[in-house]
Design a protein around this ligand. Structure first.
Ligand code: NAG
Ligand code: NAG
Ligand code: NAG
Length: 404
Protein backbone atom coordinates (compact mmCIF):
# COMPACT_ATOMS: atom_id res chain seq x y z
CA UNK A 1 0.00 0.00 0.00
CA UNK A 2 2.83 2.38 0.82
CA UNK A 3 4.57 1.67 -2.47
CA UNK A 4 1.32 2.07 -4.34
CA UNK A 5 0.48 5.41 -2.77
CA UNK A 6 4.05 6.54 -3.43
CA UNK A 7 3.56 5.94 -7.18
CA UNK A 8 5.79 2.87 -7.25
CA UNK A 9 3.19 0.70 -8.96
CA UNK A 10 5.54 -1.81 -10.58
CA UNK A 11 7.45 -2.21 -7.30
CA UNK A 12 4.22 -2.87 -5.44
CA UNK A 13 3.32 -5.60 -7.92
CA UNK A 14 6.80 -7.10 -7.75
CA UNK A 15 6.59 -7.26 -3.97
CA UNK A 16 3.26 -9.05 -4.01
CA UNK A 17 3.95 -11.42 -6.89
CA UNK A 18 6.01 -14.13 -5.10
CA UNK A 19 3.36 -14.50 -2.39
CA UNK A 20 0.17 -14.27 -4.36
CA UNK A 21 -0.34 -18.01 -4.66
CA UNK A 22 0.11 -18.62 -0.95
CA UNK A 23 -1.35 -15.62 0.82
CA UNK A 24 -4.86 -14.33 0.28
CA UNK A 25 -3.98 -10.74 1.12
CA UNK A 26 -1.09 -10.70 -1.32
CA UNK A 27 -3.37 -12.25 -3.94
CA UNK A 28 -6.14 -9.71 -3.33
CA UNK A 29 -3.69 -6.80 -3.37
CA UNK A 30 -2.09 -8.00 -6.57
CA UNK A 31 -5.34 -8.38 -8.47
CA UNK A 32 -6.72 -5.09 -7.10
CA UNK A 33 -3.82 -3.20 -8.64
CA UNK A 34 -4.34 -4.93 -11.98
CA UNK A 35 -8.07 -4.14 -11.84
CA UNK A 36 -7.34 -0.45 -11.27
CA UNK A 37 -4.95 -0.48 -14.16
CA UNK A 38 -7.50 -2.15 -16.44
CA UNK A 39 -10.12 0.37 -15.36
CA UNK A 40 -7.84 3.17 -16.40
CA UNK A 41 -6.58 1.83 -19.72
CA UNK A 42 -9.58 -0.11 -21.05
CA UNK A 43 -7.05 -2.09 -23.07
CA UNK A 44 -8.21 -5.62 -23.81
CA UNK A 45 -4.86 -7.03 -22.75
CA UNK A 46 -5.03 -5.29 -19.38
CA UNK A 47 -8.62 -6.46 -18.95
CA UNK A 48 -7.55 -10.04 -19.66
CA UNK A 49 -4.61 -9.82 -17.28
CA UNK A 50 -6.88 -8.48 -14.53
CA UNK A 51 -9.50 -11.18 -15.13
CA UNK A 52 -6.91 -13.94 -15.05
CA UNK A 53 -5.41 -12.58 -11.89
CA UNK A 54 -8.85 -12.33 -10.25
CA UNK A 55 -9.47 -15.99 -11.09
CA UNK A 56 -6.17 -16.92 -9.45
CA UNK A 57 -6.96 -14.84 -6.39
CA UNK A 58 -10.29 -16.58 -6.00
CA UNK A 59 -8.45 -19.89 -5.96
CA UNK A 60 -5.98 -18.67 -3.39
CA UNK A 61 -8.77 -17.38 -1.14
CA UNK A 62 -10.78 -20.53 -1.69
CA UNK A 63 -7.99 -22.57 -0.14
CA UNK A 64 -8.47 -20.76 3.17
CA UNK A 65 -12.25 -20.81 3.25
CA UNK A 66 -14.09 -23.17 5.55
CA UNK A 67 -15.07 -26.27 3.65
CA UNK A 68 -18.78 -26.69 4.02
CA UNK A 69 -20.67 -29.69 2.76
CA UNK A 70 -23.31 -29.05 0.16
CA UNK A 71 -26.16 -29.92 2.55
CA UNK A 72 -24.81 -27.53 5.14
CA UNK A 73 -24.44 -24.71 2.63
CA UNK A 74 -27.96 -25.25 1.40
CA UNK A 75 -29.32 -25.25 4.92
CA UNK A 76 -27.45 -22.05 5.69
CA UNK A 77 -28.76 -20.48 2.53
CA UNK A 78 -32.33 -21.62 3.19
CA UNK A 79 -32.44 -20.34 6.75
CA UNK A 80 -30.22 -17.39 5.87
CA UNK A 81 -27.96 -18.38 8.71
CA UNK A 82 -24.66 -16.66 9.01
CA UNK A 83 -21.75 -19.02 8.65
CA UNK A 84 -20.86 -19.99 12.17
CA UNK A 85 -17.74 -21.02 14.03
CA UNK A 86 -15.26 -19.70 11.56
CA UNK A 87 -11.67 -19.24 12.63
CA UNK A 88 -10.22 -15.80 12.18
CA UNK A 89 -8.35 -16.94 9.12
CA UNK A 90 -11.49 -18.39 7.61
CA UNK A 91 -13.30 -15.11 8.13
CA UNK A 92 -10.57 -13.19 6.37
CA UNK A 93 -10.77 -15.70 3.56
CA UNK A 94 -14.50 -14.99 3.23
CA UNK A 95 -13.84 -11.29 3.13
CA UNK A 96 -11.06 -11.50 0.54
CA UNK A 97 -13.18 -13.87 -1.50
CA UNK A 98 -16.06 -11.39 -1.44
CA UNK A 99 -13.79 -8.53 -2.37
CA UNK A 100 -12.38 -10.38 -5.34
CA UNK A 101 -15.89 -11.34 -6.46
CA UNK A 102 -16.95 -7.72 -6.21
CA UNK A 103 -14.04 -6.61 -8.35
CA UNK A 104 -14.76 -9.32 -10.84
CA UNK A 105 -18.36 -8.16 -11.08
CA UNK A 106 -17.28 -4.55 -11.51
CA UNK A 107 -14.89 -5.49 -14.29
CA UNK A 108 -17.55 -7.62 -15.99
CA UNK A 109 -19.90 -4.62 -16.00
CA UNK A 110 -17.27 -2.57 -17.76
CA UNK A 111 -16.49 -5.31 -20.16
CA UNK A 112 -19.58 -6.88 -21.56
CA UNK A 113 -23.22 -7.31 -22.34
CA UNK A 114 -26.49 -8.11 -20.58
CA UNK A 115 -25.66 -11.75 -19.88
CA UNK A 116 -22.52 -10.69 -18.07
CA UNK A 117 -24.55 -8.08 -16.30
CA UNK A 118 -26.79 -10.77 -14.85
CA UNK A 119 -23.85 -13.00 -14.06
CA UNK A 120 -22.18 -10.02 -12.41
CA UNK A 121 -25.36 -9.43 -10.44
CA UNK A 122 -25.35 -12.97 -9.15
CA UNK A 123 -21.71 -12.66 -8.15
CA UNK A 124 -22.44 -9.44 -6.35
CA UNK A 125 -25.19 -11.23 -4.49
CA UNK A 126 -22.74 -13.84 -3.32
CA UNK A 127 -20.27 -11.32 -2.15
CA UNK A 128 -22.98 -9.18 -0.57
CA UNK A 129 -24.07 -12.07 1.61
CA UNK A 130 -20.52 -12.63 2.74
CA UNK A 131 -20.09 -8.96 3.65
CA UNK A 132 -23.20 -9.18 5.79
CA UNK A 133 -21.38 -11.06 8.53
CA UNK A 134 -20.07 -9.21 11.54
CA UNK A 135 -17.01 -9.39 13.70
CA UNK A 136 -14.98 -7.23 16.01
CA UNK A 137 -11.55 -7.66 14.55
CA UNK A 138 -10.39 -4.25 13.28
CA UNK A 139 -9.23 -5.22 9.78
CA UNK A 140 -12.20 -7.43 9.32
CA UNK A 141 -14.57 -4.76 10.57
CA UNK A 142 -12.89 -2.23 8.28
CA UNK A 143 -13.37 -4.57 5.35
CA UNK A 144 -17.01 -5.15 6.14
CA UNK A 145 -17.65 -1.41 6.47
CA UNK A 146 -16.09 -0.87 3.11
CA UNK A 147 -18.06 -3.68 1.50
CA UNK A 148 -21.44 -2.80 2.97
CA UNK A 149 -20.80 0.90 2.47
CA UNK A 150 -19.83 0.61 -1.21
CA UNK A 151 -22.74 -1.69 -1.88
CA UNK A 152 -25.34 0.58 -0.37
CA UNK A 153 -23.85 3.60 -2.05
CA UNK A 154 -23.56 1.95 -5.46
CA UNK A 155 -27.05 0.53 -5.37
CA UNK A 156 -28.54 3.79 -4.13
CA UNK A 157 -27.29 5.42 -7.33
CA UNK A 158 -29.18 3.04 -9.60
CA UNK A 159 -32.43 4.13 -11.21
CA UNK A 160 -35.42 3.53 -8.89
CA UNK A 161 -36.81 0.74 -11.04
CA UNK A 162 -33.59 -1.26 -10.94
CA UNK A 163 -33.16 -0.53 -7.25
CA UNK A 164 -36.59 -1.98 -6.45
CA UNK A 165 -35.62 -5.16 -8.27
CA UNK A 166 -32.36 -5.35 -6.37
CA UNK A 167 -34.17 -4.80 -3.08
CA UNK A 168 -36.48 -7.62 -4.02
CA UNK A 169 -33.38 -9.81 -4.40
CA UNK A 170 -32.36 -8.93 -0.88
CA UNK A 171 -30.01 -6.01 -1.35
CA UNK A 172 -30.29 -2.71 0.39
CA UNK A 173 -29.46 0.52 -1.36
CA UNK A 174 -29.58 3.11 1.38
CA UNK A 175 -27.26 5.99 0.59
CA UNK A 176 -27.01 7.27 4.15
CA UNK A 177 -26.18 3.81 5.49
CA UNK A 178 -23.59 3.47 2.73
CA UNK A 179 -21.95 6.79 3.51
CA UNK A 180 -21.91 6.21 7.24
CA UNK A 181 -20.38 2.72 6.87
CA UNK A 182 -17.73 4.17 4.59
CA UNK A 183 -17.02 6.95 7.07
CA UNK A 184 -16.58 4.35 9.76
CA UNK A 185 -14.31 2.35 7.48
CA UNK A 186 -12.25 5.41 6.63
CA UNK A 187 -11.85 6.36 10.29
CA UNK A 188 -10.83 2.86 11.43
CA UNK A 189 -7.11 2.34 11.19
CA UNK A 190 -7.41 -0.77 9.11
CA UNK A 191 -5.79 -2.03 5.96
CA UNK A 192 -8.75 -0.92 3.93
CA UNK A 193 -9.27 2.58 5.39
CA UNK A 194 -7.69 4.09 2.31
CA UNK A 195 -10.16 2.25 0.07
CA UNK A 196 -13.11 3.59 2.04
CA UNK A 197 -11.53 7.03 1.87
CA UNK A 198 -10.99 6.86 -1.87
CA UNK A 199 -14.57 5.67 -2.40
CA UNK A 200 -15.92 8.59 -0.37
CA UNK A 201 -13.73 11.03 -2.28
CA UNK A 202 -14.92 9.58 -5.57
CA UNK A 203 -18.48 10.08 -4.36
CA UNK A 204 -18.08 13.67 -3.20
CA UNK A 205 -15.86 14.84 -6.03
CA UNK A 206 -17.21 13.01 -9.06
CA UNK A 207 -20.33 10.94 -8.65
CA UNK A 208 -22.48 13.67 -7.10
CA UNK A 209 -21.41 16.02 -9.87
CA UNK A 210 -21.88 13.58 -12.74
CA UNK A 211 -25.28 12.38 -11.59
CA UNK A 212 -26.37 15.84 -10.49
CA UNK A 213 -27.55 14.67 -7.09
CA UNK A 214 -26.52 17.80 -5.23
CA UNK A 215 -23.14 19.08 -4.19
CA UNK A 216 -20.60 16.77 -2.62
CA UNK A 217 -19.32 17.77 0.79
CA UNK A 218 -16.00 19.45 0.03
CA UNK A 219 -15.24 20.04 3.71
CA UNK A 220 -15.53 16.35 4.37
CA UNK A 221 -13.43 15.56 1.30
CA UNK A 222 -10.66 17.87 2.52
CA UNK A 223 -10.74 16.42 6.02
CA UNK A 224 -10.53 12.89 4.68
CA UNK A 225 -7.61 13.72 2.44
CA UNK A 226 -5.59 15.63 5.01
CA UNK A 227 -3.79 12.72 6.76
CA UNK A 228 -2.79 11.24 3.41
CA UNK A 229 -1.48 14.59 2.21
CA UNK A 230 0.89 14.55 5.18
CA UNK A 231 1.93 10.97 4.64
CA UNK A 232 2.17 10.85 0.83
CA UNK A 233 2.83 14.46 -0.23
CA UNK A 234 3.96 13.33 -3.67
CA UNK A 235 1.40 10.56 -4.21
CA UNK A 236 -0.27 10.89 -7.61
CA UNK A 237 -3.75 9.95 -6.39
CA UNK A 238 -3.52 12.32 -3.46
CA UNK A 239 -2.32 15.23 -5.62
CA UNK A 240 -5.06 14.48 -8.10
CA UNK A 241 -7.81 14.66 -5.52
CA UNK A 242 -6.30 17.76 -3.93
CA UNK A 243 -6.46 19.44 -7.32
CA UNK A 244 -9.97 18.23 -7.98
CA UNK A 245 -11.20 19.76 -4.71
CA UNK A 246 -9.66 23.05 -5.79
CA UNK A 247 -11.46 22.86 -9.16
CA UNK A 248 -14.79 22.37 -7.45
CA UNK A 249 -14.05 25.33 -5.21
CA UNK A 250 -13.26 27.42 -8.27
CA UNK A 251 -9.62 27.85 -7.21
CA UNK A 252 -8.30 27.16 -10.72
CA UNK A 253 -4.75 28.46 -10.32
CA UNK A 254 -4.10 26.19 -7.38
CA UNK A 255 -5.78 23.28 -9.16
CA UNK A 256 -3.61 23.74 -12.26
CA UNK A 257 -0.50 23.78 -10.10
CA UNK A 258 -1.49 20.53 -8.39
CA UNK A 259 -2.50 18.74 -11.59
CA UNK A 260 0.90 19.60 -13.03
CA UNK A 261 2.55 18.31 -9.87
CA UNK A 262 0.50 15.13 -10.22
CA UNK A 263 1.73 14.67 -13.78
CA UNK A 264 5.32 15.28 -12.71
CA UNK A 265 5.06 12.84 -9.83
CA UNK A 266 5.18 9.65 -11.88
CA UNK A 267 5.62 8.18 -15.36
CA UNK A 268 4.53 4.58 -14.84
CA UNK A 269 0.79 5.02 -15.22
CA UNK A 270 0.33 7.36 -18.14
CA UNK A 271 -3.45 7.15 -17.72
CA UNK A 272 -3.22 9.33 -14.65
CA UNK A 273 -1.64 11.96 -16.90
CA UNK A 274 -4.65 11.69 -19.18
CA UNK A 275 -7.04 12.28 -16.28
CA UNK A 276 -5.00 15.36 -15.42
CA UNK A 277 -5.05 16.61 -19.03
CA UNK A 278 -8.83 16.31 -19.03
CA UNK A 279 -9.13 18.28 -15.80
CA UNK A 280 -6.57 20.86 -16.93
CA UNK A 281 -8.46 21.32 -20.18
CA UNK A 282 -11.57 22.24 -18.19
CA UNK A 283 -9.77 24.29 -15.59
CA UNK A 284 -8.31 26.50 -18.36
CA UNK A 285 -11.64 26.60 -20.20
CA UNK A 286 -13.33 27.94 -17.09
CA UNK A 287 -10.80 30.76 -17.14
CA UNK A 288 -11.38 31.25 -20.86
CA UNK A 289 -7.72 30.55 -21.39
CA UNK A 290 -8.45 28.78 -24.67
CA UNK A 291 -4.84 28.58 -25.77
CA UNK A 292 -3.88 26.43 -22.76
CA UNK A 293 -7.16 24.50 -22.88
CA UNK A 294 -6.35 23.65 -26.50
CA UNK A 295 -2.97 22.35 -25.47
CA UNK A 296 -4.47 19.70 -23.20
CA UNK A 297 -7.30 18.79 -25.59
CA UNK A 298 -4.63 18.24 -28.22
CA UNK A 299 -2.57 16.05 -25.87
CA UNK A 300 -5.67 13.94 -25.16
CA UNK A 301 -6.32 13.50 -28.89
CA UNK A 302 -2.76 12.34 -29.34
CA UNK A 303 -2.31 10.13 -26.29
CA UNK A 304 -5.52 8.80 -24.78
CA UNK A 305 -7.68 6.02 -26.13
CA UNK A 306 -10.77 6.59 -24.00
CA UNK A 307 -12.95 8.55 -26.40
CA UNK A 308 -11.40 10.05 -29.48
CA UNK A 309 -14.78 11.41 -30.61
CA UNK A 310 -15.14 13.52 -27.49
CA UNK A 311 -11.53 14.68 -27.51
CA UNK A 312 -11.64 15.77 -31.12
CA UNK A 313 -14.99 17.49 -30.61
CA UNK A 314 -13.63 19.21 -27.54
CA UNK A 315 -10.51 20.34 -29.33
CA UNK A 316 -12.55 21.73 -32.21
CA UNK A 317 -14.91 23.46 -29.79
CA UNK A 318 -12.02 25.09 -27.96
CA UNK A 319 -10.36 26.11 -31.20
CA UNK A 320 -13.55 27.83 -32.32
CA UNK A 321 -13.18 30.13 -29.34
CA UNK A 322 -9.82 31.33 -30.65
CA UNK A 323 -9.36 33.99 -33.32
CA UNK A 324 -9.06 32.47 -36.79
CA UNK A 325 -5.51 33.60 -37.44
CA UNK A 326 -4.40 31.86 -34.28
CA UNK A 327 -6.08 28.61 -35.39
CA UNK A 328 -4.27 28.86 -38.70
CA UNK A 329 -0.99 29.44 -36.89
CA UNK A 330 -1.61 26.24 -34.92
CA UNK A 331 -2.13 24.50 -38.27
CA UNK A 332 -5.56 23.28 -37.27
CA UNK A 333 -8.79 23.29 -39.22
CA UNK A 334 -11.91 23.51 -37.11
CA UNK A 335 -14.32 22.33 -39.80
CA UNK A 336 -12.16 19.33 -40.65
CA UNK A 337 -11.97 18.37 -36.98
CA UNK A 338 -15.74 18.55 -36.48
CA UNK A 339 -16.18 16.40 -39.57
CA UNK A 340 -14.02 13.66 -38.08
CA UNK A 341 -16.13 13.30 -34.93
CA UNK A 342 -18.86 11.05 -36.27
CA UNK A 343 -16.40 8.47 -37.60
CA UNK A 344 -14.60 8.23 -34.27
CA UNK A 345 -17.56 7.11 -32.16
CA UNK A 346 -17.06 3.96 -30.11
CA UNK A 347 -19.54 1.19 -29.62
CA UNK A 348 -19.48 -0.61 -26.30
CA UNK A 349 -21.50 -3.82 -26.14
CA UNK A 350 -23.22 -2.75 -29.36
CA UNK A 351 -24.29 0.60 -27.91
CA UNK A 352 -22.99 4.04 -28.57
CA UNK A 353 -22.14 6.36 -25.70
CA UNK A 354 -24.57 9.25 -25.03
CA UNK A 355 -21.88 11.90 -24.68
CA UNK A 356 -20.32 10.81 -27.95
CA UNK A 357 -23.70 10.89 -29.64
CA UNK A 358 -24.15 14.42 -28.37
CA UNK A 359 -20.77 15.44 -29.77
CA UNK A 360 -21.51 13.79 -33.12
CA UNK A 361 -24.92 15.43 -33.33
CA UNK A 362 -23.48 18.86 -32.65
CA UNK A 363 -20.66 18.26 -35.10
CA UNK A 364 -23.11 17.28 -37.84
CA UNK A 365 -23.69 20.91 -38.76
CA UNK A 366 -20.19 21.08 -40.06
CA UNK A 367 -20.66 18.22 -42.48
CA UNK A 368 -22.45 20.39 -45.04
CA UNK A 369 -20.29 22.27 -47.51
CA UNK A 370 -21.41 25.56 -45.97
CA UNK A 371 -21.47 24.87 -42.23
CA UNK A 372 -23.69 26.83 -39.87
CA UNK A 373 -21.34 27.48 -37.00
CA UNK A 374 -22.14 26.50 -33.43
CA UNK A 375 -22.63 29.39 -31.07
CA UNK A 376 -19.93 29.34 -28.36
CA UNK A 377 -19.59 25.53 -28.69
CA UNK A 378 -17.22 25.12 -25.76
CA UNK A 379 -19.75 26.63 -23.41
CA UNK A 380 -22.80 24.93 -24.83
CA UNK A 381 -21.15 21.56 -24.57
CA UNK A 382 -20.18 22.32 -21.02
CA UNK A 383 -23.65 23.38 -20.05
CA UNK A 384 -25.23 20.27 -21.45
CA UNK A 385 -22.87 17.45 -20.83
CA UNK A 386 -19.62 18.28 -19.21
CA UNK A 387 -19.28 16.80 -15.80
CA UNK A 388 -18.28 19.74 -13.63
CA UNK A 389 -21.78 21.11 -14.14
CA UNK A 390 -22.56 22.56 -10.78
CA UNK A 391 -19.60 24.87 -10.63
CA UNK A 392 -19.88 25.52 -14.31
CA UNK A 393 -23.41 26.73 -14.04
CA UNK A 394 -22.34 29.30 -11.49
CA UNK A 395 -19.26 30.22 -13.45
CA UNK A 396 -20.90 30.21 -16.87
CA UNK A 397 -23.51 32.61 -15.65
CA UNK A 398 -20.71 35.03 -14.95
CA UNK A 399 -18.99 34.26 -18.25
CA UNK A 400 -22.17 34.82 -20.21
CA UNK A 401 -22.68 38.17 -18.55
CA UNK A 402 -19.09 39.22 -19.16
CA UNK A 403 -19.28 38.14 -22.78
CA UNK A 404 -22.78 39.40 -23.18
C1 NAG B 1 -19.84 -24.03 17.15
O1 NAG B 1 -18.89 -24.39 18.17
C2 NAG B 1 -19.51 -24.72 19.41
C3 NAG B 1 -18.42 -24.97 20.45
O2 NAG B 1 -17.20 -25.25 19.85
C4 NAG B 1 -20.41 -25.97 19.24
O3 NAG B 1 -21.06 -26.27 20.44
C5 NAG B 1 -21.46 -25.65 18.15
O4 NAG B 1 -22.23 -26.78 17.87
C6 NAG B 1 -20.79 -25.18 16.88
N1 NAG B 1 -21.80 -24.75 15.94
C7 NAG B 1 -21.82 -25.14 14.65
C8 NAG B 1 -22.95 -24.63 13.82
O5 NAG B 1 -20.98 -25.86 14.18
C1 NAG C 1 -19.92 18.27 5.59
O1 NAG C 1 -19.01 17.56 6.38
C2 NAG C 1 -18.66 18.25 7.57
C3 NAG C 1 -17.52 17.51 8.25
O2 NAG C 1 -17.53 16.15 7.96
C4 NAG C 1 -19.91 18.36 8.44
O3 NAG C 1 -19.60 19.01 9.65
C5 NAG C 1 -20.97 19.14 7.68
O4 NAG C 1 -22.17 19.16 8.40
C6 NAG C 1 -21.22 18.49 6.32
N1 NAG C 1 -22.07 19.40 5.55
C7 NAG C 1 -23.18 18.99 4.95
C8 NAG C 1 -23.92 19.99 4.17
O5 NAG C 1 -23.58 17.83 5.02
C1 NAG D 1 -6.47 28.52 -3.44
O1 NAG D 1 -6.11 27.47 -2.56
C2 NAG D 1 -4.89 27.68 -1.90
C3 NAG D 1 -4.60 26.45 -1.06
O2 NAG D 1 -5.70 26.02 -0.34
C4 NAG D 1 -4.94 28.93 -1.06
O3 NAG D 1 -3.71 29.16 -0.44
C5 NAG D 1 -5.29 30.11 -1.96
O4 NAG D 1 -5.46 31.26 -1.18
C6 NAG D 1 -6.58 29.82 -2.72
N1 NAG D 1 -6.82 30.91 -3.65
C7 NAG D 1 -8.04 31.44 -3.80
C8 NAG D 1 -8.13 32.53 -4.81
O5 NAG D 1 -9.00 31.08 -3.15
Amino acid sequence: LDLFLNNRFADALALLRPWKDQSMYHATGYSSILVMQAGMTFEPKDMDAAMTSLGESLQTCQRFRKKTGIVESLTNLWYRQPVENLTEEEMHAELCYAEVLLQKAALTFLDESIISFIKGGMRIRNSYQIFNQKSTHVHFRGGVSMGIGSFNLMLSLLPARVLRLMEFLGFSGDREVGLSELREGAASSSLRSILSTLTLLMYHLYITVILGIGDGNLTEAETLLEPYKQKFPNGALILFYTARIAVLKGNFTFAQEKFLACIASQEEWRQIHHLCYWELMWAYSFEQNWREAYRYADLLCKESKWSQAIYVYQKAAILSMLPEEEVTKLRENVVELFRQVDGLKLRIAGKSIPTEKFAAKKAQRYSSSNPVKLVVPALVRARKHCEPTSIFLKKSHVLCKENN
